[in-house]
Ligand binder design. Structure first.
Ligand SMILES: NC(=O)c1ccc[n+]([C@@H]2O[C@H](COP(=O)([O-])OP(=O)(O)OC[C@H]3O[C@@H](n4cnc5c(N)ncnc54)[C@H](O)[C@@H]3O)[C@@H](O)[C@H]2O)c1
Length: 461
């Protein structure tokens, strides 16, 4: 078996636990005892001030947003917190969004319904693509070819086959192209990666993730603007290369429910879990994918299931052994609000969130070797039982107060790439490796088959 980072470094985790120095930012570790008597440590994790206030006047970056809806606008609001970043243009195919853009970011912001007008502008250095999924590939490719850096929302593509072109164009143009799975830039994901590499959970054998919602908004029944009409909406621009149909505001404003534009719960939500998992354990992805589920409750004309289960086989790779992954989304879940990613290994498990990692390690496993047990009992009879020093059963790593958050970190990483040409954390190859298994769930569910994927060659088999 090949050498593995986690396995190699197990001793370093045990060593640092013993020294009590698995600490970031010099924050103290607090040892507490829960009501059940379980011992646990809490450690704060942090990072230096986000930008230290330093920048030269030449560092200014002018950005535009294409698809200025919920996430496109949230992306702009985060990006412009970074010193030297200014928004100069916004594109959307619903006029209400363009009015909101001017209200939010100023009358001087150039607005248009046609994204090609944004790409033609010399005053735009980089663009945020916040459109529905079916537009991600084309706008990203056109933007890179026009010499712009790109932050493209997840999933990177609508169909797996579109990924190769994005990778090719990123390589040819050398543009800073970042996919928007912001969680992987979080302190929580970084801490989990550090713990994993230190061998904190031993040998990885299983991982699971879950997304539970139970509300109309959570299940994508968004409000349709009262003024939505063929006059206020550029329906043809919205539809693009998808199937031509008459104007339909429900399709336009609840696009996630329709396969022409969205990618179902797996493309929308599993993809975040893949990005984080791949970042933490250094994986290229699974090679065998199957999904099942159904439309259990939100029968509003949607074409995608509201309960979906995915199962994934990860082959052995340099940074991890072979393991299994199970993911679930449930939009009719009474426990609404639960989201987690858990990694399970031979010596413990960790629950990974963006601002917290909870590590549980099993107490020394009792030997089931009969001879060793008999010897142990013999010694105890002679000398009486000697008590042991126990490591903490649970260690919690928490982001320091005033942490700027994963979204800020992800944009800072991208805009540093735009500014200085440094590689970004979620480039097109990483983005496809996260998107492909999520999209393959749709192939599996709708075609009732197991999908084989080569995560190294990035091809369906
Ligand atoms: N990273 C995250 O946590 C996160 C969260 C939510 C959404 N997203 C992603 O962001 C994207 C947008 O999702 P949303 O919830 O903001 O949707 P949204 O409907 O609120 O916004 C999409 C906007 O794109 C516009 N649009 C559609 N086609 C266009 C075109 N050709 N040119 C210009 N504008 C166009 C729409 O009019 C709309 O205003 C999706 O890909 C989604 O997966 C990511």
């Amino acid at each position: 078996m090949k050498k593995r980072g986690a396995r190699q470094n197990r001793r370093s985790f045990l060593g640092s636990m013993a020294r009590g120095t698995v600490i970031v930012a010099g924050a103290p570790t607090i040892l507490t005892e829960s009501r059940t008597g379980a011992r646990r440590t809490e450690t704060l994790i942090g990072r230096p001030a986000p930008h230290g206030g330093r920048r030269s006047p030449n560092d200014n970056i002018q950005i535009a947003v294409i698809g200025a809806g919920g996430m496109g606008s949230a992306n702009v609001n985060t990006a412009i917190r970074i010193p030297g970043v200014e928004v100069v243009a916004a594109c959307d195919c619903y006029d209400g969004r363009l009015l909101e853009a001017k209200e939010r970011w100023g009358e001087q912001v150039f607005t248009t319904r046609d994204y090609r007008e944004v790409l033609a502008r010399d005053d735009v250095d980089a663009v945020i693509v916040g459109t529905p999924d079916h537009w991600h590939k084309q706008i990203s490719v056109d933007a890179m070819r026009a010499g712009k850096g790109v932050y493209c929302e997840k999933p990177m593509v609508h169909r797996i086959e579109e990924g190769a072109e994005v990778i090719k164009v990123q390589g040819e143009t050398g543009q800073a192209f970042q996919v928007g799975s912001q969680g992987m830039s979080s302190l929580g994901n970084e801490k989990a990666r550090e713990l994993y590499l230190d061998g904190a959970i031993g040998e990885l054998n299983y991982a699971e993730g879950f997304w539970a919602r139970n509300s109309p908004i959570g299940a994508w029944q968004y409000a349709i603007p009262e003024d939505a009409s063929p006059e206020t909406c550029d329906w043809d621009a919205f539809v693009g290369n998808a199937t031509k149909r008459p104007f339909d505001p429900v399709r336009m404003f609840r696009w996630r429910n329709y396969r022409d534009y969205g990618t179902g719960v797996s493309g929308d939500l599993f993809v975040h879990l893949f990005s984080s998992l791949h970042f933490i354990v250094g994986s290229s992805g699974p090679n065998r994918i199957s999904a099942t589920g159904g439309l259990r409750y939100w029968k509003d004309g949607r074409e995608v299931p509201d309960v979906l289960l995915g199962m994934f086989d990860y082959p052995e790779a340099p940074s991890h052994p072979a393991f299994n992954l199970s993911l679930r989304v449930n939009f009719v879940d009474g426990t609404s609000g639960t989201t987690y990613l858990r990694l399970v290994g031979s010596e413990g498990a960790m629950d990974v969130e963006w601002t917290r990692v909870t590590l549980r390690r099993n107490k020394l496993v009792a030997a089931d070797d009969v001879f060793a047990q008999a010897k142990g009992e013999e010694l105890e009879m002679l000398h009486g039982e000697r008590k042991q020093m126990l490591p903490p059963a649970e260690s919690v790593y928490l982001a320091e107060n005033d942490y700027w958050g994963a979204h800020y970190d992800h944009h800072l990483n991208w805009l540093t790439g735009v500014r200085e040409g440094k590689p970004v954390v979620e480039d097109a190859v990483f983005g496809l490796r996260a998107a492909a298994p999520a999209l393959a769930c749709n192939n599996s569910y709708f075609e009732d088959r197991i999908v084989k994927w080569d995560p190294e060659k990035l091809s369906l088999m």
